[in-house]
Design a protein around this ligand. Structure first.
Ligand code: PGA
Length: 266
């Protein structure tokens, strides 16, 4: 998007990792790293999404003043009631979460979540004032068959609820074959897909210009600067590398123009 500077969203998806002590240590290391380089906040917004059971412990650490948003990795499409094991958008908002990841490929695969269900969850997230990070992305087979744009177009079409706006929605493009595999999409592939998503959003939503599109899939300190330099990349959804405070912060540093870069002392 030309002419408009957006802070990069540095979103950590902790997935189902660690124990409570580990979550506390990680949150503490991130907050102290950020306090030693407050200029990172000029270029980045920060979000961490721990497992549900560690949200409370992490919330205590984040209270200490750093502007790091708390997020969840899923919510239900139901409002409240007899849904054993589920967590509602209302509960997440009440708890202090700002954002929720929806339709991650691991949920689409292991929980057979359809795009229609993702749209219902996102509508509920919006109703309760949460930002929905809606994940899309093709698998390896679809990429080989050159069906990636068709697949992503269909996911976007079906996963975005009517309530989606540039303020309450973020799209995360995560090619499934790049997640946790160490393989990253090439800069050209990322550029083409993010441009494609931008065009699709323009057709679907009014005022879609400000809607962030994140890249996810094996983002690490070594490739983040190159990825952040690509047009229409407004941040990253980071899995494995977000479990190490040093790597997470180094990825954020990659969003800072080189001339302003300071060493983060951890
Ligand atoms: P990864 O995961 O960074 O470990 O590839 C990204 C994600 O699944 O969101």
């Amino acid at each position: 998007m030309k002419g408009m500077i957006m802070k990069k969203l540095i979103a950590g998806n902790w997935k189902m990792n660690g124990n409570e002590t580990g979550a506390i240590d990680l949150a503490q290391d991130i907050t102290s790293g950020l306090s030693s380089d407050p200029s990172l906040n000029q270029y980045c917004d920060f979000l961490v999404c721990p497992p549900f059971i560690h949200l409370a412990a992490v919330r205590e650490i984040l209270k200490s003043g750093q502007s790091i948003m708390l997020g969840a990795q899923d919510c239900t499409s139901h409002e409240n009631g007899a849904y054993t094991g589920d967590i509602s958008a209302n509960m997440l908002k009440d708890f202090g979460c700002a954002q929720v990841i929806l339709g991650h490929s691991e949920r689409r695969t292991f929980h057979r979540e359809s795009s229609e269900l993702v749209a219902e969850k996102a509508a509920m997230a919006h109703q309760y004032g949460l930002t929905a990070i809606i994940c899309v992305g093709e698998d390896e087979h679809e990429r080989e068959k050159k069906q990636h744009e068709k697949v992503v177009a269909e996911q976007l079409e079906k996963s975005l609820p009517a309530s989606a706006t540039s303020k309450n929605t973020v799209i995360a493009y995560e090619p499934v074959w790049a997640i946790g595999s160490g393989k990253t999409a090439s800069p050209l592939d990322i550029e083409e897909m993010h441009r494609f998503i931008r065009d699709e959003l323009q057709e679907k939503l009014e005022n879609s210009e400000g809607l962030r599109i994140l890249y996810g899939g094996s983002v690490k300190p070594g490739n983040a600067r190159e990825i952040f330099a690509i047009d229409n990349v407004h941040g990253a959804l980071i899995g494995g590398a977000s479990l190490k405070a040093n790597d997470y912060l180094a990825i954020a540093q990659a969003a800072v123009p080189e001339e302003f870069l300071k060493q983060v002392n951890m």
